[in-house]
Design a protein around this ligand. Structure first.
Ligand SMILES: [Zn+2]
Length: 324
Protein backbone atom coordinates (compact mmCIF):
# COMPACT_ATOMS: atom_id res chain seq x y z
CA UNK A 1 0.00 0.00 0.00
CA UNK A 2 3.06 2.24 -0.19
CA UNK A 3 1.75 4.19 -3.21
CA UNK A 4 -1.80 4.60 -2.01
CA UNK A 5 -2.66 7.77 -0.17
CA UNK A 6 -6.25 6.70 0.43
CA UNK A 7 -7.27 6.67 4.03
CA UNK A 8 -10.17 7.14 6.39
CA UNK A 9 -9.93 10.52 8.05
CA UNK A 10 -11.73 9.61 11.28
CA UNK A 11 -12.61 6.46 13.21
CA UNK A 12 -13.67 3.73 10.81
CA UNK A 13 -17.36 2.88 10.61
CA UNK A 14 -18.50 -0.68 11.15
CA UNK A 15 -19.25 -2.27 7.79
CA UNK A 16 -22.12 -4.70 8.20
CA UNK A 17 -23.05 -6.94 5.28
CA UNK A 18 -26.28 -8.58 4.15
CA UNK A 19 -27.38 -11.14 1.59
CA UNK A 20 -29.20 -9.37 -1.26
CA UNK A 21 -31.58 -10.43 -4.05
CA UNK A 22 -30.80 -9.77 -7.72
CA UNK A 23 -31.08 -6.02 -8.37
CA UNK A 24 -32.35 -6.55 -11.91
CA UNK A 25 -35.07 -9.16 -11.48
CA UNK A 26 -35.53 -9.67 -7.71
CA UNK A 27 -34.67 -13.37 -7.86
CA UNK A 28 -32.85 -14.97 -4.91
CA UNK A 29 -31.81 -17.93 -7.04
CA UNK A 30 -28.08 -17.47 -7.73
CA UNK A 31 -24.99 -19.66 -8.05
CA UNK A 32 -21.52 -18.88 -6.76
CA UNK A 33 -19.01 -18.18 -9.51
CA UNK A 34 -16.06 -17.48 -7.18
CA UNK A 35 -15.72 -17.84 -3.39
CA UNK A 36 -14.83 -14.96 -1.07
CA UNK A 37 -11.17 -13.87 -1.01
CA UNK A 38 -11.44 -11.59 1.99
CA UNK A 39 -8.60 -13.08 3.97
CA UNK A 40 -6.82 -9.80 4.66
CA UNK A 41 -7.91 -6.83 6.73
CA UNK A 42 -7.71 -3.56 4.83
CA UNK A 43 -9.00 -0.21 6.10
CA UNK A 44 -12.44 0.54 4.66
CA UNK A 45 -11.22 3.81 3.18
CA UNK A 46 -8.61 1.91 1.20
CA UNK A 47 -11.25 -0.50 -0.11
CA UNK A 48 -13.56 2.37 -1.17
CA UNK A 49 -11.03 4.77 -2.72
CA UNK A 50 -11.07 5.43 -6.48
CA UNK A 51 -7.37 4.55 -6.63
CA UNK A 52 -7.58 1.48 -4.36
CA UNK A 53 -5.22 -1.30 -5.41
CA UNK A 54 -7.11 -3.95 -3.41
CA UNK A 55 -7.66 -5.96 -6.59
CA UNK A 56 -9.11 -9.42 -6.20
CA UNK A 57 -10.29 -8.91 -2.62
CA UNK A 58 -14.06 -9.26 -2.28
CA UNK A 59 -16.95 -11.33 -1.00
CA UNK A 60 -18.26 -14.23 -3.09
CA UNK A 61 -19.14 -13.41 -6.70
CA UNK A 62 -22.52 -14.88 -7.72
CA UNK A 63 -24.66 -14.99 -10.86
CA UNK A 64 -28.45 -14.71 -10.93
CA UNK A 65 -29.94 -17.87 -12.42
CA UNK A 66 -32.94 -15.96 -13.71
CA UNK A 67 -31.42 -12.99 -15.59
CA UNK A 68 -27.65 -13.61 -15.55
CA UNK A 69 -26.62 -10.52 -13.54
CA UNK A 70 -23.24 -11.00 -11.80
CA UNK A 71 -22.82 -9.41 -8.38
CA UNK A 72 -21.04 -9.60 -5.06
CA UNK A 73 -23.00 -11.27 -2.26
CA UNK A 74 -23.22 -10.46 0.60
CA UNK A 75 -23.06 -6.70 0.10
CA UNK A 76 -22.49 -3.84 2.56
CA UNK A 77 -25.55 -2.44 4.33
CA UNK A 78 -26.27 0.80 2.35
CA UNK A 79 -25.94 3.21 5.29
CA UNK A 80 -22.58 1.67 6.31
CA UNK A 81 -21.27 1.91 2.76
CA UNK A 82 -22.40 5.51 2.52
CA UNK A 83 -20.66 6.32 5.82
CA UNK A 84 -17.45 4.77 4.43
CA UNK A 85 -17.66 6.78 1.18
CA UNK A 86 -18.30 9.99 3.13
CA UNK A 87 -14.94 9.50 4.86
CA UNK A 88 -12.80 8.65 1.85
CA UNK A 89 -9.66 10.75 1.41
CA UNK A 90 -7.81 9.84 -1.80
CA UNK A 91 -5.03 12.27 -2.68
CA UNK A 92 -3.46 9.82 -5.17
CA UNK A 93 -6.51 10.55 -7.39
CA UNK A 94 -5.40 14.18 -7.51
CA UNK A 95 -1.90 13.16 -8.62
CA UNK A 96 -3.47 11.58 -11.70
CA UNK A 97 -5.27 14.77 -12.66
CA UNK A 98 -3.59 15.19 -16.06
CA UNK A 99 -4.56 11.74 -17.36
CA UNK A 100 -8.09 12.02 -15.99
CA UNK A 101 -8.62 15.47 -17.54
CA UNK A 102 -7.55 14.00 -20.92
CA UNK A 103 -9.85 10.99 -20.45
CA UNK A 104 -12.80 13.19 -19.48
CA UNK A 105 -12.11 15.55 -22.40
CA UNK A 106 -12.42 12.59 -24.74
CA UNK A 107 -15.56 11.36 -22.94
CA UNK A 108 -17.18 14.79 -23.24
CA UNK A 109 -16.44 14.98 -26.98
CA UNK A 110 -18.10 11.58 -27.38
CA UNK A 111 -21.10 12.65 -25.29
CA UNK A 112 -21.54 15.76 -27.43
CA UNK A 113 -22.21 13.51 -30.42
CA UNK A 114 -25.48 12.59 -28.69
CA UNK A 115 -26.56 15.79 -26.90
CA UNK A 116 -26.43 19.56 -27.42
CA UNK A 117 -24.77 21.56 -24.63
CA UNK A 118 -27.05 22.37 -21.70
CA UNK A 119 -27.48 21.54 -18.00
CA UNK A 120 -25.42 18.55 -16.87
CA UNK A 121 -25.28 16.64 -13.58
CA UNK A 122 -22.29 14.38 -12.86
CA UNK A 123 -22.97 11.77 -10.17
CA UNK A 124 -20.01 10.53 -8.08
CA UNK A 125 -17.84 13.45 -9.22
CA UNK A 126 -15.04 12.91 -6.68
CA UNK A 127 -12.71 15.93 -7.21
CA UNK A 128 -14.93 17.29 -9.97
CA UNK A 129 -12.53 16.86 -12.89
CA UNK A 130 -15.31 15.97 -15.36
CA UNK A 131 -17.46 18.91 -14.21
CA UNK A 132 -14.43 21.18 -14.64
CA UNK A 133 -13.92 19.91 -18.22
CA UNK A 134 -17.63 20.28 -19.02
CA UNK A 135 -17.76 23.86 -17.64
CA UNK A 136 -14.74 24.84 -19.74
CA UNK A 137 -16.55 23.48 -22.81
CA UNK A 138 -19.70 25.52 -22.35
CA UNK A 139 -21.93 23.18 -20.33
CA UNK A 140 -23.82 24.39 -17.26
CA UNK A 141 -22.39 21.55 -15.19
CA UNK A 142 -22.49 20.56 -11.53
CA UNK A 143 -21.79 17.41 -9.54
CA UNK A 144 -22.69 15.39 -6.49
CA UNK A 145 -20.21 13.35 -4.46
CA UNK A 146 -20.46 11.54 -1.09
CA UNK A 147 -16.85 12.13 0.08
CA UNK A 148 -16.61 15.21 2.31
CA UNK A 149 -12.93 15.61 1.43
CA UNK A 150 -13.39 15.29 -2.34
CA UNK A 151 -16.47 17.53 -2.61
CA UNK A 152 -14.92 20.12 -0.26
CA UNK A 153 -11.64 20.17 -2.20
CA UNK A 154 -13.55 20.61 -5.48
CA UNK A 155 -15.61 23.50 -4.07
CA UNK A 156 -12.42 25.17 -2.80
CA UNK A 157 -11.22 25.07 -6.41
CA UNK A 158 -14.43 26.75 -7.58
CA UNK A 159 -16.07 23.62 -9.00
CA UNK A 160 -19.77 23.25 -8.03
CA UNK A 161 -19.86 19.83 -6.34
CA UNK A 162 -22.48 19.16 -3.65
CA UNK A 163 -21.77 16.61 -0.94
CA UNK A 164 -24.34 13.81 -0.86
CA UNK A 165 -25.92 11.04 -2.86
CA UNK A 166 -28.61 10.95 -5.50
CA UNK A 167 -31.11 9.54 -2.98
CA UNK A 168 -31.27 12.86 -1.12
CA UNK A 169 -30.77 15.09 -4.16
CA UNK A 170 -33.42 17.56 -5.30
CA UNK A 171 -33.49 19.75 -8.39
CA UNK A 172 -36.14 22.22 -9.59
CA UNK A 173 -35.11 22.26 -13.25
CA UNK A 174 -34.51 18.95 -15.06
CA UNK A 175 -31.15 18.23 -16.69
CA UNK A 176 -30.17 17.81 -20.34
CA UNK A 177 -27.56 15.19 -19.45
CA UNK A 178 -26.59 13.04 -16.45
CA UNK A 179 -23.23 11.23 -16.27
CA UNK A 180 -21.91 8.44 -14.04
CA UNK A 181 -18.25 7.63 -14.76
CA UNK A 182 -17.25 4.34 -13.09
CA UNK A 183 -20.02 4.75 -10.53
CA UNK A 184 -22.91 2.35 -11.30
CA UNK A 185 -20.94 -0.71 -10.12
CA UNK A 186 -20.47 0.90 -6.68
CA UNK A 187 -24.18 1.52 -6.02
CA UNK A 188 -26.21 -0.67 -3.66
CA UNK A 189 -29.34 -0.20 -5.81
CA UNK A 190 -28.38 0.58 -9.43
CA UNK A 191 -31.93 -0.04 -10.69
CA UNK A 192 -33.41 2.41 -8.17
CA UNK A 193 -30.75 5.03 -8.89
CA UNK A 194 -31.34 4.85 -12.67
CA UNK A 195 -35.05 5.26 -12.06
CA UNK A 196 -34.29 8.42 -10.03
CA UNK A 197 -31.97 9.69 -12.79
CA UNK A 198 -34.72 9.22 -15.38
CA UNK A 199 -36.91 11.57 -13.30
CA UNK A 200 -34.07 14.15 -13.10
CA UNK A 201 -33.73 14.32 -16.89
CA UNK A 202 -35.79 16.30 -19.40
CA UNK A 203 -37.68 14.23 -21.97
CA UNK A 204 -35.06 13.56 -24.67
CA UNK A 205 -32.25 14.01 -22.07
CA UNK A 206 -29.07 11.95 -22.25
CA UNK A 207 -27.64 9.39 -19.82
CA UNK A 208 -23.93 8.53 -20.17
CA UNK A 209 -22.18 6.00 -17.97
CA UNK A 210 -19.06 3.85 -17.95
CA UNK A 211 -18.51 0.54 -16.16
CA UNK A 212 -16.62 -2.75 -16.50
CA UNK A 213 -17.82 -5.48 -18.87
CA UNK A 214 -17.71 -8.85 -17.09
CA UNK A 215 -18.17 -10.69 -20.38
CA UNK A 216 -15.30 -8.97 -22.23
CA UNK A 217 -12.81 -11.52 -23.63
CA UNK A 218 -10.08 -10.52 -21.15
CA UNK A 219 -12.49 -10.89 -18.20
CA UNK A 220 -13.49 -14.38 -19.36
CA UNK A 221 -9.86 -15.32 -19.95
CA UNK A 222 -8.67 -14.14 -16.53
CA UNK A 223 -11.61 -15.55 -14.57
CA UNK A 224 -11.17 -14.94 -10.84
CA UNK A 225 -7.87 -13.13 -11.56
CA UNK A 226 -9.67 -10.32 -13.44
CA UNK A 227 -8.51 -7.32 -11.38
CA UNK A 228 -11.88 -5.56 -11.21
CA UNK A 229 -13.26 -8.12 -8.73
CA UNK A 230 -12.91 -5.79 -5.75
CA UNK A 231 -14.93 -5.22 -2.61
CA UNK A 232 -16.04 -1.75 -3.69
CA UNK A 233 -17.45 -3.11 -6.97
CA UNK A 234 -20.81 -4.58 -6.01
CA UNK A 235 -22.11 -5.26 -9.57
CA UNK A 236 -20.41 -6.68 -12.68
CA UNK A 237 -22.55 -5.89 -15.71
CA UNK A 238 -22.28 -7.39 -19.16
CA UNK A 239 -23.38 -5.37 -22.18
CA UNK A 240 -26.63 -7.33 -22.05
CA UNK A 241 -27.39 -6.85 -18.32
CA UNK A 242 -26.37 -3.17 -18.52
CA UNK A 243 -28.78 -2.66 -21.42
CA UNK A 244 -31.55 -4.41 -19.48
CA UNK A 245 -30.89 -2.26 -16.37
CA UNK A 246 -31.07 0.98 -18.34
CA UNK A 247 -34.11 -0.01 -20.44
CA UNK A 248 -36.06 -1.05 -17.33
CA UNK A 249 -35.50 2.45 -15.93
CA UNK A 250 -37.27 3.83 -19.03
CA UNK A 251 -34.31 4.72 -21.26
CA UNK A 252 -33.70 3.94 -24.91
CA UNK A 253 -30.11 2.69 -25.36
CA UNK A 254 -28.32 4.57 -28.16
CA UNK A 255 -24.92 2.90 -28.08
CA UNK A 256 -22.57 0.80 -25.93
CA UNK A 257 -18.93 1.26 -26.95
CA UNK A 258 -15.45 0.46 -25.62
CA UNK A 259 -14.08 3.04 -23.19
CA UNK A 260 -10.49 4.29 -23.52
CA UNK A 261 -8.69 5.93 -20.65
CA UNK A 262 -5.49 7.94 -20.50
CA UNK A 263 -3.13 7.49 -17.55
CA UNK A 264 0.47 8.30 -16.59
CA UNK A 265 2.82 5.36 -17.08
CA UNK A 266 3.74 5.59 -13.35
CA UNK A 267 0.09 5.14 -12.41
CA UNK A 268 -0.30 2.15 -14.72
CA UNK A 269 2.69 0.48 -13.02
CA UNK A 270 1.37 1.35 -9.54
CA UNK A 271 -1.86 -0.56 -10.36
CA UNK A 272 0.27 -3.71 -10.62
CA UNK A 273 1.79 -3.36 -7.15
CA UNK A 274 -0.18 -6.15 -5.52
CA UNK A 275 0.37 -8.56 -8.43
CA UNK A 276 4.08 -7.88 -8.88
CA UNK A 277 4.90 -8.27 -5.19
CA UNK A 278 8.68 -8.05 -4.61
CA UNK A 279 9.28 -7.22 -8.32
CA UNK A 280 7.28 -4.02 -8.01
CA UNK A 281 10.05 -1.78 -6.51
CA UNK A 282 12.45 -3.01 -9.20
CA UNK A 283 10.03 -2.12 -12.01
CA UNK A 284 9.36 1.24 -10.38
CA UNK A 285 13.09 2.01 -10.30
CA UNK A 286 13.41 1.01 -13.95
CA UNK A 287 10.55 3.35 -14.92
CA UNK A 288 12.25 6.17 -12.98
CA UNK A 289 15.63 5.45 -14.59
CA UNK A 290 14.12 5.51 -18.08
CA UNK A 291 12.26 8.74 -17.25
CA UNK A 292 9.01 7.42 -18.76
CA UNK A 293 6.87 7.76 -15.61
CA UNK A 294 5.13 11.05 -16.54
CA UNK A 295 4.36 9.86 -20.09
CA UNK A 296 0.62 9.53 -20.86
CA UNK A 297 -0.56 6.24 -22.32
CA UNK A 298 -3.97 5.18 -23.62
CA UNK A 299 -5.34 2.01 -22.03
CA UNK A 300 -8.09 -0.06 -23.61
CA UNK A 301 -8.28 -3.76 -22.76
CA UNK A 302 -11.87 -3.92 -23.96
CA UNK A 303 -13.26 -4.55 -20.48
CA UNK A 304 -14.61 -1.04 -19.80
CA UNK A 305 -17.60 0.23 -21.77
CA UNK A 306 -19.46 3.51 -22.12
CA UNK A 307 -23.21 3.43 -22.56
CA UNK A 308 -25.29 6.28 -24.01
CA UNK A 309 -29.06 6.24 -23.56
CA UNK A 310 -31.88 8.69 -24.04
CA UNK A 311 -34.99 9.40 -21.98
CA UNK A 312 -37.86 9.17 -24.50
CA UNK A 313 -39.50 12.37 -25.75
CA UNK A 314 -42.90 13.30 -24.26
CA UNK A 315 -44.95 11.79 -27.12
CA UNK A 316 -43.19 8.43 -26.75
CA UNK A 317 -43.59 8.56 -22.96
CA UNK A 318 -47.32 9.26 -23.28
CA UNK A 319 -47.89 6.40 -25.72
CA UNK A 320 -45.97 4.00 -23.43
CA UNK A 321 -47.82 5.17 -20.33
CA UNK A 322 -44.45 5.95 -18.64
CA UNK A 323 -43.74 8.78 -16.23
CA UNK A 324 -42.94 12.24 -17.75
ZN1 LIG B 1 -31.71 -11.55 -11.87
Amino acid sequence: MARSAAKVSEAQPVWRTQIVACNLCGSTNSVELYPSTLDTELPLGELCACTSSAYGLCEAIVQCQNCGLVFQNPQPVPEDLHAAYEQVVDSLYDEEREGRIHTFGRSLKELELFAPKGRLLDIGSHLGFFVEVALKNGWRAEGIEPSAWASGTARNRGIPIRQGTIENFHCDVPYDAVTLWDVVEHLTDPAGTLDTICHLLKPGGLLALSTMDVEAPIARLMGRSWPWYMQMHLFYFSRQSLRLLVERAGFEVLEIRRHKRIVRFTYLVSRLERRLGRWYPMLNRLVDALGIGPRLVTVDLGDIVTLYARKPELRALASNGAHP
